[in-house]
Design a binder for this molecule. Structure first.
Ligand code: KIV
Ligand code: ZN
Length: 516
């Protein structure tokens, strides 16, 4: 059976989703989870974008041992140098170079003729050959490139030394038959095509990203690029979990397989959703909350008689399992540790102590502590000594005929205590005004959302906020049984990220020109 390589770009194209900003620690957490998931190649970022991006790619490059670590670069010397700097410590580094090839991009963005585009790309690939043995080249907007010119570009890339040629449908424009035909044509017409791997990179603007990637597989693609949960620029990228499950479920048809560890899918999806703040829609294929839920009476009846009547995949395959061990306030450390192992968490003793005391606090407030409750607080930061602000207390006075007021107490990293009181046109607004006064930060809140982690009146609430300060956009997350406390925690979390990002980006030259 043919192996299809999986190239994950959650940390690069995924991070380009509006409002998403992952710091180095979060990128590392996702990178380790991608290793557990069995991803072959992971794109850790775009090192030339900013010193912060370079440092994050370097941290991932040093930490990852079981996958190729890839860095993106425009076809420019300074980008390639930055990528080399970021990737030089990787066990198995790969450079991902791109230059647009479509007439629209050549004419309006690059102002290059076909010949100039070929020359610039060739020079970049050859220059990169000094540093890298693995080079992937992407003719950006390949989907809208003249097919004969795309053959020429691919031939040039092979001769110049690329090891993978990636075909991006950058704007999600093509229909599966058209996208598949590109691969068929390249395979049939490009001399030397057998020396390299062909890859598919699709966007979901017309909802066809996964279908297009699979059409490429059927027509000879060796690699599929995508992200967890399909996050990414605009409507997102191909969702890798969908590709892996399609190959698994329809092996009879595709005659190809990936080496994704399927039982890690649910956990990878949750982690990416939590760290990016991008909620997975309930009806999302494979990882949506309803993907394995059966509502209609006829379906339920069928399921009870024979699961395969309405279920083509089982929830257990992607790592969803119902736990028998329910914890409550009488549960001890041993049961708690067993539960963590069952849920797949490995904590240090120090982290276990903190987690156990958080669990006891929660168990005092809730009769039964569910797996989701535990995941919510374990996956929140257990220890983070780098935070500038930490929320100590909040008091809110609310009456429907009075102006809401809030008082907050925040302790800084240096031990200073900041206390302030403020009014607002709602309780959350009052809390946020008080935090602004206490911290002296001026920000614009651009998004606020709240969801319950579990069911019932005593469910924990999870708040997600997105805020801007000048050019910087960050998100934050907070979890608590009280939604006002969760709101305050999310806001303080975002402020801490804002400060970190401001420091990392000072002197940055993050420009995304030409990067889609
Ligand atoms: O969509 C695209 O064209 C890209 C390239 C950088 C591969 O993300
Ligand atoms: Zn893309």
């Amino acid at each position: 059976m043919r192996k299809i390589y999986l190239f994950d770009t959650t940390l690069r194209d995924g991070e380009q989703s509006p409002g998403v900003n992952l710091n180095t620690k979060e990128k590392l957490e996702i990178a380790h989870q991608l290793e557990r998931l069995g991803i072959d190649r992971m794109e850790a970022g775009f090192p030339a974008a900013s010193p912060g991006d370079l440092a994050a790619v370097n941290a991932v490059a040093k930490a990852v041992k079981n996958a190729t670590v890839v860095g993106l670069a425009r076809s420019r010397v300074q980008d390639i140098d930055a990528a080399y700097e970021a990737l030089k410590d990787a066990q198995d580094p790969c450079l991902h170079l791109f230059l647009a090839s479509s007439p629209i991009h050549r004419q309006h963005k690059l102002r290059m003729t076909k010949e100039q585009m070929l020359e610039a790309a060739e020079a970049a690939i050859k220059y990169a050959g000094k540093y890298f043995t693995k080079i992937q080249f992407s003719p950006e907007d390949a989907g809208r490139t003249e097919l004969d010119f795309l053959c020429q570009v691919t031939e040039m890339a092979i001769k110049a030394g690329a090891t993978v040629v990636n075909i991006p449908d950058t704007v999600g424009y093509l229909y599966p038959a058209e996208f598949g035909n590109i691969f068929k044509t390249l395979k049939e017409q490009v001399p030397g095509i057998e020396k390299i791997q062909l890859s598919a990179h699709c966007h979901d603007d017309l909802g066809m990203a996964t279908a297009n990637a699979l059409a490429a597989v059927l027509n000879g693609a060796d690699q599929v690029e995508g992200t967890i949960n399909g996050i990414g620029e605009r409507a997102g990228n191909t969702a890798l979990e969908e590709v892996a499950m399609a190959l698994e479920t329809r092996q009879d048809f595709f005659q190809a397989k990936s080496t994704m560890v399927l039982s890690e899918i649910a956990r990878s999806s949750r982690l990416v959703s939590k760290l990016t703040g991008m909620v997975v829609p309930g009806n999302k294929a494979i990882v949506g909350a309803n993907a394995f839920a059966h509502e209609s009476g006829i379906h339920q009846d069928g399921m009870l008689k024979e699961k395969t009547t309405y279920e083509i995949m089982s929830p257990e395959t992607i790592g969803l399992k119902e736990s028998k061990l329910v914890l409550g306030k009488h549960s001890g450390r041993h049961a708690f540790r067993e539960k963590l192992i069952d849920l797949g968490y490995e904590l240090t003793d120090e982290q276990l102590n903190i987690a156990f005391s958080k669990f006891k606090d929660l168990a005092d407030k809730k009769k039964e502590v569910s797996d989701e409750d535990i995941r919510a607080f374990i996956e929140e930061k257990i220890v983070d000594t780098t935070e500038v602000f930490s929320l100590q207390t909040i008091y809110v006075a609310y009456g429907n005929e009075a102006t809401p007021t809030a008082k907050v107490r925040i302790v800084t990293h240096d031990g200073d205590v900041l206390e302030q009181e403020a009014e607002g046109n709602g309780s959350v607004d009052a809390i946020y005004n008080a935090i602004d006064k206490a911290t002296g930060e001026e920000v614009v809140l651009s998004d606020y959302s709240i969801k319950s982690v579990t069911h019932g009146k005593d469910a924990q609430g999870e708040v997600h906020v997105v805020m801007n300060q000048d050019e910087i956009m960050v998100s934050g997350r907070g979890v608590s049984t009280d939604i006002l406390e969760a709101s305050a925690r999310a806001y303080v979390d975002a402020l801490n990220r804002l400060i970190e990002k401001r420091q990392l980006n000072s002197g940055s030259r993050r420009d995304k020109i030409g990067l889609v």
